[in-house]
Design a protein around this ligand. Sequence first.
Ligand SMILES: Cc1cc2nc3c(=O)[nH]c(=O)nc-3n(C[C@H](O)[C@H](O)[C@H](O)COP(=O)(O)OP(=O)(O)OC[C@H]3O[C@@H](n4cnc5c(N)ncnc54)[C@H](O)[C@@H]3O)c2cc1C
Length: 389
Amino acid sequence: MSAPGIIASGSRDAYFALSEEIAGFRDQVRAWVASHVAPYADAVGCGTFPQHSLTSAAEHGYMGIVVPAAYGGMGRDHLSFAIFVEEVAYACASTAVALDVHASVGTEPLILTGSDEQKARYLPLLSDGSLLGAFALTEPDAGSDAAALRTIARRDGDTYRLDGSKIFISNAGHAGIYTILAATNRTVGSRGISAFLVPADSEGLTVGPPQHKLGLLGSATAELVLRNCRVPVSNMLGPEGAGFRVAMLALDSGRIGISAQALGIARAALYEAIHLLKKHHGPDVPQGKQFVLADIGTHIEAARSLTWQAARDCDAGESFTTIASMAKLLSTDTAMYATSAAIDLVGDIMEPGAIARLERFFRDAKATQLYEGTNQIQRVVISRRLLGS
Ligand SMILES: Cc1cc2nc3c(=O)[nH]c(=O)nc-3n(C[C@H](O)[C@H](O)[C@H](O)COP(=O)(O)OP(=O)(O)OC[C@H]3O[C@@H](n4cnc5c(N)ncnc54)[C@H](O)[C@@H]3O)c2cc1C
């Protein structure tokens, strides 16, 4: 595939100025991705877990990208994080999911709501890659309506005993620690939900077989079963009953990562199409096809602007729930549109390698519209804000 051209993230910094330092970080990430992610993308896209890339990410410090330096992390902001995830997803969306889930919903709840002792115990291990993080909210009967979860946590002396099951858990089976949401009081709805840091080797925690998916085949997704799983009281994140807030905080910034994943996939589809069109038509790409490229490029730029604005608002301590939802909605719809349109553009001239890549981009794009809140749920969030309700 040709190198990213005019609309690669930040290559024209005039619209949305990146500081020299962040532009330098982006270049460093691009070089790392080219050596340690891209060469494995075909195999990972066929179902191999991207362990090599994760090990290398740990060696380069990326596992702790948003972890404060005091706990061994890079201490970078969410704009850097969005750039990092987009660059990884441009090469391999499955690898981006593993890294994104680890760094955002797998680590941020601890950064945002953990006690000093919990942070000191776990953040250095999450930063140096000794532990891979994961986040377990979804259940068979609690997806969009997360407050309906049935996993229960009963206090028993110095421990809680967790019983229930979680589905569609990214990084399951590879994670060293899970942030698990469970009800400590079923009578008060979302105010009765608590969050727990659960080490993977906890007795009573088992991981089911891999769940079948349309795309993101290299990303591990499985069920978690909790049977009398004992978790020390000291592993509760925040006070009892604060878990729903912990989850919503994590998902707000998590949506910046999902937007960035989707942007990377959309950009990959666009550049694959451009590469094939130029190869086939030379300088005379038919105008009808040029217009489709223009539309895809415009959608990507608009979606990236929203994503970066959401990241900047998050980093500035502003409210960013609505803009993160807008970014997630636009970026992931753009990924679906771009990957579909790219196939339309070059369907008649595809080469075997390109067919496999474009098919992978198309399949990988779909899940971005679903996880961390489906796009219907993003519309609920946005319209509520618009209506002031
Ligand atoms: C690849 C993948 C990885 C995932 N990783 C994780 C993970 O690591 N951790 C985790 O906890 N979860 C994970 N999930 C789960 C994901 O977050 C849920 O699938 C998602 O929240 C939707 O829940 P659901 O599948 O139960 O669908 P449902 O909530 O049953 O929704 C079904 C349909 O109804 C629509 N709908 C539901 N309620 C409303 C409403 N109020 N208004 C309008 N439309 C509505 C939805 O938009 C959707 O189209 C993952 C999912 C996938 C596909």
